[in-house]
Design a protein around this ligand. Structure first.
Ligand SMILES: [Mg+2]
Length: 271
């Protein structure tokens, strides 16, 4: 049985190290082809790739997650770091499907150095990438990207953070306009693959999410050489967690959009 950590952590750092900031000031060189050694991509789960139902009995996977996974597992070393508890992380990792065994590490709430009290409360969890680099010493600030919707979690290595918009399947904005965030991130990562100092590149070219304007169109300026980006979608995969072990049901595709809800209501009225 899992037991949360009991030892109180020592004094926690609260700001980036000078050596880290110095490293992020070294100009990144844009290479003609991606680096031979694949960079490390650390994935957050809740709010970044999935939106969970409460209580945590099921989740919706973000639109385009399947295309996104095909791309990242081909081009990056990939790991998960979530602040959720081990059982929930295990359930959420079902979304990786055929790619799951390619994950270098699956880290959960036990990997933050929290005291027992912190572990069991809603304390802000800091993702100190030095913990990852200690475990995977072949990586560092020059070749690591953290994908996360919470800026406050990355205060120690802010220039390795690609801040994505939060995915919330219940939000009126999502239901009305849909989401193609993962395709935008894919286009951004395609550029990062050619950089020899990730922390310097992200510092000077931070990822800009794409808020949807009142007219329903993206308000993101097109850059020369940008990959074509998919249209926002409200189609998500619905995963139900197993209740008492055993095989969970297969995920199902569903459209969470307002337009679809209205169509369904109209269809019902016609009957
Ligand atoms: Mg999150």
């Amino acid at each position: 049985m899992f037991r949360p950590p009991v030892n109180k952590p020592r004094v926690k750092p609260s700001a980036p190290r000078t050596s880290y900031l110095d490293q992020s000031n070294i100009s990144s060189v844009t290479l003609k082809s991606p680096l031979v050694k694949k960079q490390l991509l650390i994935l957050d789960l809740n709010g970044t790739l999935v939106s969970r139902l409460k209580p945590t009995t099921a989740l919706y996977a973000r639109p385009y997650h399947d295309i996104f996974f095909d791309y990242i597992f081909e081009n990056f070393n990939v790991m998960v770091w979530s602040s959720a508890q081990p059982q929930n992380v295990n359930n959420m990792c079902r979304i990786f499907d055929k790619h799951r065994n390619k994950l270098r590490l699956i880290w959960d709430r036990t990997k933050f150095g929290l005291s027992t009290k912190e572990y069991n409360s809603k304390t802000v969890t800091i993702k100190n990438l030095e913990r990852v680099w200690k475990k995977l010493p072949e990586f560092g600030p020059t070749d690591t990207i953290l994908l996360d919707d919470s800026p406050e979690k990355t205060i120690l290595q802010p220039h390795n953070h690609c801040v994505v918009s939060e995915f919330d399947h219940k939000s009126p904005e999502f239901k009305t306009h849909g989401d193609c965030e993962l395709m935008l991130v894919k286009a951004y990562l395609e550029k990062i693959q050619h950089q020899d100092n990730v922390s310097n590149y992200i510092k000077n070219h931070p990822y800009v999410s794409s808020p949807i304007g009142a007219n329903g169109k993206e308000e993101r300026p097109e850059e020369e050489g940008d990959s074509p980006v998919a249209l926002p979608s409200t189609i998500c995969y619905h995963y139900v967690f197993p209740k008492h072990g055993g095989d969970p049901p297969l995920p199902t595709s569903c459209d969470l959009g307002v337009a679809d809800e209205l169509t369904s209501k109209v269809d019902r009225l016609k009957l």
